[in-house]
Design a protein around this ligand. Sequence first.
Ligand code: A2P
Length: 263
Amino acid sequence: MSDELPKAYRGMAFLKVTSVKHYTDKTFSFTCKRPDSFRFRSGEFAMIGLANGDKPLLRAYSIASPNWAEELEFYSIKVPDGPLTSKLQHIKVGDEIVMRPKPVGTLVHDALLPGKRLIMFSTGTGIAPFASTIRDPETYEKFDEVILTQTCRDVKELDYGKALIAEINSDELLQEVVGDKLTYFPTTTREKSERMGRMTDCLRNGVFEEVTGAPLTPETDRVMICGSMAMLKEHKQICEDAGMTEGSNSEPGQFVIEKAFAD
Ligand code: A2P
């Protein structure tokens, strides 16, 4: 069967879409069937996309679902003239997406040294890999405290994260694992909300410390960062200024970064 497929599709998995949810005119999430043999570590990404003639149109997407779930979930930006997302945003239940079943990434526990507090900094759809990590029991076995921050321009863009936290709080099994270890810290930068400002500024002006109880502490804090290039650069600098070293799969460190992919 696969011999009949164009070469570029060999080894690809075709996944049926099982749900689609639009959050704003800029973001949406969808779930699809998970191939039985597909394993991944929380925080990893895979190349996914749509069939497109001889060659599928693929982009890197963080897997937002926890690694124990039966379905794979993705959280995506909609770019009106983006080659993939301009089409992907119209997918419906029953449609098929294409995935290269080889997950990779650095926002994983393996790339961090042991610590007490895990802090995940995200902007926009950069929350996606952490949606997986905060639903993974291993996260709570490894850390006493888990903090997820998300900064968006507008209040409505925070809905995905808020729904995620509500889901964790209403899931009995997850609640047993998570207990009171998880803190969610959302901010907006353009539309008025309870907490305003970029997280980089919150770290510099003491608001982060006020909300979470302690400033960035290299001895006990471990950090994962996901967002735009500009955001990564600034957060990375803050971590380095605090005396932290960047980790990788081969050499774990105190912080790890990954670009929130979008087109
Ligand atoms: P701002 O509104 O002040 O630009 P974007 O949609 O441009 O990726 O931005 C998503 C969120 O990330 C916005 O709230 C934006 O704030 C914030 N942001 C943009 N650049 C940085 C940065 N260098 N450091 C921290 N946050 C940033």
